[in-house]
Write a protein that binds this ligand. Structure first.
Ligand SMILES: [Fe+2]
Ligand SMILES: [Fe+2]
Length: 201
């Protein structure tokens, strides 16, 4: 299965590539984007048509931008944003993932597990361990904590550093924005209200 490509630009959203801060951001994250294990995230689905690769790049870049604005550590935000969903087990199945290396990325998905062990509660911790496994040279307490706590407030412990809060907020904002069904909510409410108040039948 062909997922690896050294030509990174082809796989990065145009809004990022055309941004004036793109080159500065790329200098920090290029080694991660070129990593073979990280490129498999092109095959991990995040929401609907968006892969974990696409989502992580957007969270990383927007967090990097906000870090500059708020005077936070830009490098930490770029790296933690890119690796915040670097978990080892998928939560959405695709034929490519079932095929990839004997299906080893989809084994947990098939197991029956209690509510508190569902992906939403466990993947942040999984990602915080996985990034150290594949990028030991990047290990840093702010990056680790920002990845581990990015599901706050669903998981109760908040991030310890402002960089972690930036990742958490950008991740939530992007995730909601990425869901077409959620984007339709205002229209659905408006249509229902119109029918209720203005239409007799
Ligand atoms: Fe996540
Ligand atoms: Fe995320």
């Amino acid at each position: 299965m062909n997922y690896y490509d050294e030509n990174l630009i082809k796989y990065i959203d145009a809004s990022v590539v055309l941004h004036p801060l793109f080159d500065e951001w790329m200098l920090i994250v290029e080694e991660i984007l070129l990593n073979k294990e990280f490129q498999k995230r092109k095959l991990f689905m995040h929401h609907h048509n968006l892969s974990v690769w696409d989502h992580s790049i957007l969270v990383s870049f927007r967090s990097f931008e906000l870090a500059r604005f708020f005077g936070a550590d830009e490098r930490v935000c770029a790296i933690a944003g890119l690796l915040h969903d670097f978990y080892s087990q998928v939560w959405l199945s695709t034929p490519e993932i079932e095929e990839l290396e004997g299906g080893k990325y989809a084994t947990l998905m098939k197991e029956k597990k209690p509510f508190y062990k569902m992906h939403a509660f466990t993947h942040a911790n999984d990602a915080s361990l996985n990034y150290v496994k594949f990028f030991p040279q990047l290990e840093n307490k702010k990056i680790t904590n920002s990845i581990k706590r990015h599901m706050f407030p669903l998981t109760l412990i908040p991030p310890r550093y402002k960089e972690g809060f930036i990742i958490t907020i950008v991740d939530k904002f992007n995730s909601v924005h990425e869901l077409p069904s959620l984007r339709l909510i205002p229209k659905i409410v408006k249509d229902k209200a119109y029918k209720l108040f203005f239409k007799k039948n």
